[in-house]
Design a protein around this ligand. Structure first.
Ligand code: HEC
Length: 142
């Protein structure tokens, strides 16, 4: 009898802790997407947020090497040029287009599906994809 009550209390405590953890995660997710207390979407910039991602995931080809005739991982101005690969888009818009299609980073096995891509280290994970989307929608601030 006593033992059963004790087990019940332990279980309840555990589920309260789990619930608190989930609420915490939800709060962080909301902050990232809606500009809650954590992140102001207007504050997502090339210099602070995207360049580190570009250097990491795209830099091998788009820094010194200049594949596709663009050095956008080190030259912000290149992002504002007309894209050759995506007619009618600027390069920063084309960057999102190609990532969403799984075509960049090139030959890395990316699919464009976030759930799959975040399991492949060469591809953009969920956080990086969110930042890229917000940044492009904000007009790619420097
Ligand atoms: C392994 C080398 C490689 C990597 C890594 C790579 N790219 Fe590329 N990228 C290329 C090549 C080659 C081209 C030109 C041929 C083509 O368009 O496929 C290109 C073209 C592009 C273009 C078109 C430029 C234009 O003027 O239209 C964009 C945008 C681009 N890449 C974005 C990215 C982004 C964003 C990443 C990282 C998330 C990335 N690339 C990673 C090789 C790479």
């Amino acid at each position: 009898m006593r033992r059963a009550r004790g087990d019940g209390m332990r279980r309840r405590r555990r589920s309260r802790v789990a619930a608190a953890g989930l609420l915490g995660l939800a709060a962080i997710a909301c902050a990232a997407v809606s500009g809650g207390p954590g992140i102001d979407v207007g504050d997502v910039t090339y210099t602070e947020d995207l360049q580190p991602i570009f250097l990491d995931k795209c830099g091998a080809c788009h820094a010194g090497r200049g594949d596709g005739d663009t050095h956008f991982a080190v030259a912000y101005a290149d992002m504002l040029r007309d894209s050759r690969r995506c007619p009618g888009q600027l390069e920063y818009q084309c960057a999102l287009t190609l990532v969403e299609q799984g075509l960049m980073p090139r030959d890395a096995g990316c699919t464009g599906a976030v759930g799959v891509d975040e399991t492949i280290s060469a591809c953009l994970g969920r956080g990086a994809r969110d930042l890229l989307l917000i940044w492009v929608n904000e007009g790619a601030p420097e």
